[in-house]
Design a protein around this ligand. Structure first.
Ligand code: 5GP
Ligand code: MN
Ligand code: MN
Length: 475
């Protein structure tokens, strides 16, 4: 029901606090995207705005849609001093799911003659699919080292270069992780899954830079039209899912103990200043490290695959950013610097130029924001916009967002037809699951152009380049 929304301008909509809401809900989208959004997004935004200790506003990004408790594409920050909470549903099940993009140093014309071989090699080297198992088996001590060390651990183990860490959020290692807070069940699920892509919308994609919108920033990012890049989208696999599942259950059970009244059971949360809150944070940060390590190991396998075909190729990391996290960050609120716990669920961190969180090489320009589209259309590389910290705690959209459910998509398309049609357009799809490909058909997603244009118009992030797929390995 959009009638309860107040239009600030063409790309900003506000729901003023009413009833239990402590702060406004702010939604960034154009009128068309807003029309396509399910009503649940607004309801969920209002519910989030009612949680204890929320600061400034509950935000929804242009690709927002219904999620468990919090909308996907939701951003909310909480202050521990004000009774603030942490919510497992505000992070999402695939903790630290994220995207990394690497330069390959190759051009489209280098790839085309070997496209088929490259697709097969990548499929061969990178385990993908439901419950896919890798070649790496972690003993308990290694598991704990991985959960504490993240991508830094992976690099120490020989999966990649120290230079990769500079271009990874948190420099590859999330502080405050505690493997002792991760259940045995979660560790058990993960012990053979390192370096695997998983299923569904997780992908590894060889892409060409098809257009540059902001030449100056593109050069700073090392991107030029015709360049080929490699993008990896995946998360913390079984471990993150298990941690999320357990935390949701215990948070829902314990909420009354903390005197928290939940407008919706799915909003299960715990005070930041509680044992339950601190345990979840320590486990969630371990899962962030798992995701960072996982993308780092996949990078290593992808480098091996590229080197088999292009012996002098050197894949260098542009950036790795997560879109399912809760992070402790300093933000200015009404002229005051405050320590906040920022939940981004299906929302990409998007810090503008000058942010002290960025490595020196990116600080003058801003953070790369990596946005998936579909395996048959385009994806985007954006940059965090100046002043975005005040609009969304420095966040942006994370993808196109689904237009229809997996079930609907499965009825509408057949996987082998999708593969054939895309092959006719020069895009090679490889996947262990043709059903998965049907569910992920490009037509099942909204137009990513519209989402990124709205993010740009709302001052969240600015388009730098558009990339188009050459090869997609689908989980
Ligand atoms: P999520 O993080 O919600 O699982 O997915 C993020 C976004 O990735 C989706 O909204 C969708 O736009 C995008 N996406 C899903 N599959 C693919 C793919 O195969 N290739 C590309 N480039 N993007 C994809
Ligand atoms: Mn994911
Ligand atoms: Mn994701």
């Amino acid at each position: 029901d959009t009638s309860r929304l107040h239009k600030m301008d063409d790309f900003r909509w506000v729901r003023e606090p009413k009833g239990a809401m402590r702060v406004p809900g702010i939604l960034y989208a154009d009128g068309h995207l807003l029309g396509e959004m399910d009503d649940k997004v607004l309801e969920q935004l209002a519910n989030v705005a009612a949680l204890p200790g929320i600061v400034q506003a509950a935000y929804a990004m242009p690709d927002a849609h219904w999620g468990y408790g919090f909308p996907i594409g939701g951003v909310a920050a909480f202050d521990a001093d004000a009774g603030g909470v942490v919510s497992a549903g505000g992070v999402g099940f695939d903790i630290s799911c994220g995207v990394r993009t690497l330069h390959t140093g190759l051009a489209e014309e280098d790839i085309r003659p070997h496209q088929e071989a490259l697709a097969n090699m990548l499929l061969h080297r990178i385990p993908a699919g439901v419950g896919s198992r890798g070649k790496i088996h972690l003993a308990p001590a290694q598991m704990d080292a991985m959960l504490s060390g993240g991508a830094r651990w992976a690099v120490e183990e020989g999966y990649g270069d120290p230079a990769d860490l500079e271009r990874t959020e948190e420099y590859g290692c999330m502080a405050g992780a505690d493997p002792a807070e991760v259940s045995e069940r979660a560790k058990e699920r993960q012990k053979d899954e390192m370096g695997t892509l998983g299923s569904g919308n997780h992908y590894l994609e060889v892409q060409k830079v098809a257009a540059v919108y902001d030449p100056e920033t593109a050069v700073a990012f090392g991107l030029h039209e015709g360049d080929v890049v490699l993008t990896i989208h995946c998360g913390s696999r079984g471990l993150g899912h298990q941690i999320g599942t357990e935390a949701l259950k215990s948070m829902a059970r314990e909420a009354p103990v903390h005197g928290i009244e939940l407008p919706d059971r799915e909003l299960a949360c715990a005070p930041l200043r509680s044992t339950a809150g601190q345990s979840y944070l320590a486990a969630m940060r371990s899962a962030i490290n798992c995701a960072l390590a996982n993308r780092q190991i996949i990078t290593h396998f992808a480098r091996q695959a590229f080197r088999e075909l292009f012996s002098d190729s050197a894949l260098t990391l542009l950036y790795d950013v997560s879109h399912n996290t809760c992070k402790e960050e300093m933000h200015q609120v009404d002229g005051e610097s405050r320590r906040l716990f920022v939940h981004r669920k299906g929302a990409t961190r998007a810090f503008g130029p000058g942010s002290p969180n960025l490595p020196a090489s990116l600080r003058p320009v801003g953070q790369p924001v990596l946005i998936g589209g579909t395996m048959g259309t385009a994806s985007y590389i954006l940059v965090g916009e100046e002043g975005n910290e005040n609009r969304s705690f420095g966040s942006s959209c994370h993808g196109a967002g689904r237009r229809m459910s997996r079930n609907q998509a499965k009825k509408q398309w057949r996987g082998d037809q999708v593969v054939r049609e895309l092959a006719g357009r020069g895009i090679l799809i490889r996947s262990p699951s043709m059903r998965g490909v049907a569910e992920e058909a490009p037509g099942a997603y909204k137009a990513v152009e519209e989402v990124v244009e709205a993010a740009e118009a709302a001052g969240l992030s600015r388009r730098v380049a558009r990339v188009e797929p050459l090869v997609t390995i689908k989980g």
